[in-house]
Design a protein around this ligand. Structure first.
Ligand code: KIV
Ligand code: ZN
Length: 514
């Protein structure tokens, strides 16, 4: 009774964040990291959203063995069948089905009467039970639903076979006391509530997602739905690292525990930030760069005398490590393979090791000290290159001339569907000239929404990580790339984002009606 199950929805609700779409390989990498962290349930996606989503859910279900793998479905047979098909090979499959129950959603989104919603929810759960005995039901927008209706639909969906009842605060509207009270009332009033595990799913529109999730746990919830770094639409979802550490650090108060391996929190946070291009703010709890930094003199003096004066957690316990020098120019294949394995990357074949090793040597020629963060970036680069080979656009070469007294000029060669094309442009800076030269070839007409550069490690020879966000025909996508030369990284990130535009256009589970 004291265990709280951690349900991670980074790959589904997190991915719904505009621009956070991930490739199949990236999803497998994140799912593998979540499994290593001992997440109980991984929501791998919304299988009916697109062929790509179906394949990603299937690939995660095929790969992950220790965690349950879940797929979201609206409350209809087609969605549920698609989830069941994607989860066919999962060791521990879960089907998650939902329908909105708040008056505003039923009237304006679904255009359905409450009785019809109730009936559809029951039928959906019964249909899902044909494929697995692990079925979750969510009354969407429960935070703004009528409590009597909520109790009725929960009682009847449990009777129909739902084993987990998830109560979402879909629009992040409730206050902790109010949200906790929904759990208290439902668990007390629903006669068969003991037959299901209750779950909290909070959004962070008022910055209350973690507080609301903890209030739910205080009132009987035994599952928390959350994402790494709190990723998610609008202000995001409950941050996994925050609830896990709140439960653990204040076990004296919560009397609860999770099975999460907290040392994986920081590496997984970095992995998700790197893949999605959504950086972590420095003052973010647990995983922000300053979360354990003591700037003020008073604090430093206190920490030196006794760490507990100002630190309530150990940095090492959540996975912070000093950025150790691991490899250099003279390191061999075996040392590289060994370090990558320690970082959680399985190198499947000698051929793949050779590709990674070649990239490592190229990097070591430009940068003498190779840190763990460099290796993570290197793997992302190798994967992006492999993807690019199957992609429409590929950067072949770039030449940029710039100086104090001249307007920057760029010449780019880009392979477009197998044909090499050349373009050149003058710009207001080296990056501007580069993007214009690429645009003169591709003529995508996309709007640049975000351009940011961060250093992977310290020093002027550090690799730069460039994140780009672009908008085309209403779709928003991100692109990332790493290089010790930030102009090259910028060009590659731009091409990476342009290639991803072709992946968008999938269904949004909550914006389409059932
Ligand atoms: O926020 C929400 O209501 C959801 C449901 C689909 C569970 O994400
Ligand atoms: Zn949600």
């Amino acid at each position: 009774m004291d265990k709280v199950y951690i349900f991670d929805t980074t790959l589904r609700d997190g991915e719904q964040s505009p621009g956070a779409s991930m490739t199949l390989n990236e999803k497998i990498r994140i799912a593998t990291a979540l499994e290593k962290m001992q997440v109980d349930i991984i929501e791998a996606g919304f299988a009916i959203a697109s062929e790509g989503d179906f394949q990603s859910v299937k690939a995660v279900a095929d790969t992950v063995k220790e965690s349950q793998v879940c797929s979201l479905s609206r409350a209809n047979e087609q969605d549920i069948q698609r989830s069941a098909d994607a989860l066919k090979n999962a060791t521990q499959p879960r089907i998650h089905t939902f329908i909105a129950t708040s008056p505003i959603h039923m009237e304006f989104k679904l255009r359905m009467e409450p009785e019809a919603v109730l009936e559809q929810a029951i039928q959906a759960v019964k249909f899902a039970r044909k494929f697995t005995d692990n079925v979750e039901f969510s009354p969407e927008d429960a935070g703004r639903s009528d409590i009597d209706f909520l109790c009725r639909i929960i009682e009847q969906t449990i009777a129909a076979g739902a084993t987990t009842i998830n109560i979402p605060d879909t629009v992040g509207y409730t206050f902790p006391k109010e949200f906790g009270n929904i759990f208290k009332q439902v668990i007390e009033r629903v006669p068969n509530s003991h037959k299901a595990i209750f779950s909290a799913h909070c959004h962070n529109d008022l910055g209350l997602a973690v507080a609301n999730s903890m209030a739910a746990v205080e009132n009987g919830a035994r599952q928390i739905e959350c994402t790494i770094n709190g990723l998610g639409e609008r202000a995001g979802n409950t941050a996994l690292e925050e609830v896990v550490m709140a439960i653990r650090t204040r076990q004296d108060f919560t009397q609860k525990q999770t099975q999460i391996d907290a040392t994986q929190l920081v590496p997984t946070s970095r992995l998700v930030a790197g893949i999605t291009g959504f950086p972590v703010q420095p003052n973010k709890a647990i995983v922000g760069a300053n979360a354990f930094a003591h700037e003020s003199g008073i604090h430093q003096a206190g920490v030196l005398k006794s760490r507990e004066t100002y630190e309530i957690m150990n940095a090492e316990d959540v996975g912070w490590q000093s950025n150790r020098l691991v490899l250099g120019k003279h390191s061999g294949r075996a040392a590289l393979k060994d370090r990558l394995q320690q970082l959680g990357y399985a190198i499947e074949s000698d051929e793949r090791l050779q590709t990674i090793f070649q990239n490592f040597k190229d990097l070591a020629d430009r940068k003498h000290e190779i840190y763990d963060d460099d290796l993570q970036a290197l793997i992302s680069h190798v994967e992006a290159t492999e993807m690019t080979e199957q992609n429409l656009y590929q950067l072949i070469s770039l030449k940029v001339v710039t100086g104090t007294d001249e307007k920057p000029q760029a010449q780019a060669i880009v392979r477009v569907g197998g044909i090499e094309k050349q373009g050149e442009a003058i710009g207001d800076g080296a990056v501007d000239a580069t993007f214009k030269a690429i645009e003169s070839i591709i003529q995508s007409g996309v709007k640049l929404l975000l351009y940011s550069v961060t250093n992977v490690t310290d020093g002027t020879d550090a690799q730069g990580e460039v994140s780009i966000r672009i908008e085309a025909n209403g779709a928003v996508v991100n692109g990332q790339a790493y290089d010790t030369d930030i102009i090259n990284a910028s060009a590659k990130a731009y091409i990476n984002a342009l290639n991803r535009i072709n992946d968008v256009g999938k269904l949004h589970p909550q914006k389409e009606s059932v």
